[in-house]
Ligand binder design. Sequence first.
Ligand SMILES: [Fe+2]
Ligand SMILES: [Fe+2]
Length: 303
Amino acid sequence: MTDKKTNPDRIRKVTQSVMDLPTLPTVVAKMLQMIDNQRTSADTLARLISTDQALTAKLLKLANSAYYGFSREISTVNMAIVVLGFNTVKNMGLYLSVFDVFKNSSSASGFDAVKFWEHSAACGVAARMLSKSSGSRYSGEAFVAGLLHDMGKMILSQYFENELVEVINTTREGDGDLDKAEMEVLGVSHGRVGAWLAEKWNLPAIISDTVMHHHEPWNAKTDPSFVALITVADILCHLTQIGSSGRNGCPKYDERLWHIFDGASIPLDETDLERLQMEFLAEYGKSEAYTSVVREDDAEWID
Ligand SMILES: [Fe+2]
Ligand SMILES: [Fe+2]
């Protein structure tokens, strides 16, 4: 996206500040390296996770939550991997750790960090639902991509609080176009900022591409149909008003979004949105236990 008002100095300033961002915890960094290695065993993953007590405790809590509804107690990481699967455990680890990195972020006026996490978690749930119903094998990745799609806003709220407040105020007073306000105030989109962090953390290309292009999936480089699913998930979260992304109303999208699904095994278009909202609300209700795990554990940072 280009904008005449883009200020290169501003972009540079943001870029340089992003260089000082928090690093991903070592355990998760190692976990991400293991993703690409086909020979990594469930045992190796279990041993790695077990070195981090806090992560282990949260993971077991999640595995034992009502969302999964297992009749037996899951008491070890190994057992969690057996019943939930390698990818689910890996994605949970990523989810919990990313939340840890950002939990100290302030609630800039007009930006509610708690509601923002609700938006992120809801988008993860919606993305996983859409991915599963499209028959994709990548519903775990879709969950993480949905969860992280707006991570740029987390950075802005932590490092550019004043500018973020200005963006939000400009949006409220103007025509409500957050993306335009970002370009005016920051000279850069939250997608771009989030992608800088995703790249720094060596997140899989499909995740950083989603973070970067979730408001314009037709420009995605790796897999536009994957990114477009996250775009639809984000739209569903806005339409159902679960959580808050800091934006008034639904993000803008146009025909190019639906064209991405032309020829897909289960094509999607605008007329599906009403049905999908109902399905999503049912799915989100079931996953409430899941999304509340981080909220409970980190309740101390919520005022
Ligand atoms: Fe966004
Ligand atoms: Fe969003």
